[in-house]
Design a protein around this ligand. Sequence first.
Ligand code: PMP
Length: 351
Amino acid sequence: MSVRVEKTEKLKNKPQTKDIPFGQVFTDHMFVLDYKEDEGWYDPRIVPYEPITLDPAAMIFHYGQTVFEGLKAYRTKDGEALLFRPEKNMERLNKSNRRMSIPEIDEEEVLEYVKQLVSLEKEWVPQFEGTSLYIRPFIISTEPNLAVAPSKTYKLMIILSPVGPYFAGGMKPVRIKVEDEFTRAVKGGTGAAKTAGNYSAAYRAQANAKQEGHADVLWMDGVEKRYIEEVGSMNIFFKIDGKVVTPALSGSILEGVTRMSVLELLKDWDIPVEERKISIAELYQYYEDGKLEEAFGAGTAAVISPVGRLDWLGNTMTINNEEVGPLAKRLYDEITGIQLGEKKDTKGWSV
Ligand code: PMP
């Protein structure tokens, strides 16, 4: 569908440093697409970034029927803006839609809308090292109706936010608490969908962990609380005795685009990988045997975030002397190199 463009008359000032707080600065324009039952998705438009008006009875406020995505545009040395595997985010948006009873989108069309908006806002893709333009597509249920049922109307919006480097002072391993009280997701639940409730439900555990000096929590499975799932907004990897182990997609883990990229790279590099169930007790045994070589999270925000310490009940696992491990570093350099157009993209990941 062709996009109607209404440009703003008043351009905002763009950040002039790389210290841009995450998610607080927004560009001049946003994309909007509406849905109603008899028309499907209609009226794609780029309009000035501004607050929207919703009825207080809009279903999003009551039952949280909503999904979102997160990806980034990176500025290359030649001044181009590159997206990293954005079709995967569109696929995942539809997976989330199906789980949350939201009508599916046309993935190719919405990707075109993303590109069109980023092109228009190209000057907003920051140039400083480690910076990027965060892209947040999301869908909200808008029907004014308190009935507990799927909405008949929706709004898909795309907003853009320039962000600073995730690691301000260079890559730094974090301390993570193995969560033993709260649960993020269960098999058959919504953990594999990118939907608001998964995130707000995690705040309580994350706040407790932060009080104890941890950066985030490592979630266990929701039934037995034995098997490792993922970190706050990252998938988790362990290097054990020369092999890489990551929890298999259980139905309650979000399938990260970074995760799938790490798995493909490891395969290319002939590093053995196991996607399987791994319990925290098994991991601790490897640690005690001196076989736990590295641990790192993988996600769009940090790309790779090394884990220097894991605290599980009374047990502390100090990993690689809380230093950045060679595999984490290699993966980080390779993926960010491709994202920035500096490394050869043999896989067609950059768009
Ligand atoms: N798990 C969760 C719960 C997340 O929110 C994210 C971020 N989208 C990830 C994992 C990592 O996914 P990606 O690599 O696509 O950013």
